[in-house]
Structure formats: structure tokens, C-alpha cells
Design a protein around this ligand. Structure first.
Ligand SMILES: [Zn+2]
Length: 51
């Protein structure tokens, strides 16, 4: 993942929140100080049951 502002890879996770079925992370760029949010959805695969 890169900073959307300057393209740096030196990012720091500032905060992590669990919101229902996804994780919200606030990241901070160590180079330019830009703060942005990413959301990661958790996908759960259920095995198909044969009848
Ligand atoms: Zn940056």
C-alpha cells in the first residue's frame, strides 16, 4: 500500500476499528503526514453442503 498523496510506502497504522463485518484502518504517511482511511471487508466462505 502506498500513500495516495506522495506515493510513499512508509505508512503507519494509526487506529484500527472493527465495524460490523469489516475493519477500518486509519493510516498515516510518515513522509508527508497525509492521513487516510482504508476499509477491509472480511469475506467468509461457507463450505457447500451436499444433500
Ligand atoms: Zn505521503
Amino acid at each position: 500500500m502506498r500513500c495516495p498523496d506522495c506515493g510513499s510506502e512508509r505508512l503507519e497504522v494509526d487506529e484500527t476499528h472493527k465495524v460490523d463485518d469489516h475493519v477500518r484502518r486509519y493510516r498515516l504517511c510518515k513522509d508527508c503526514g497525509f492521513r487516510f482511511r482504508t476499509e477491509e471487508k472480511v469475506w467468509i466462505r461457507y463450505p457447500k453442503r451436499g444433500s
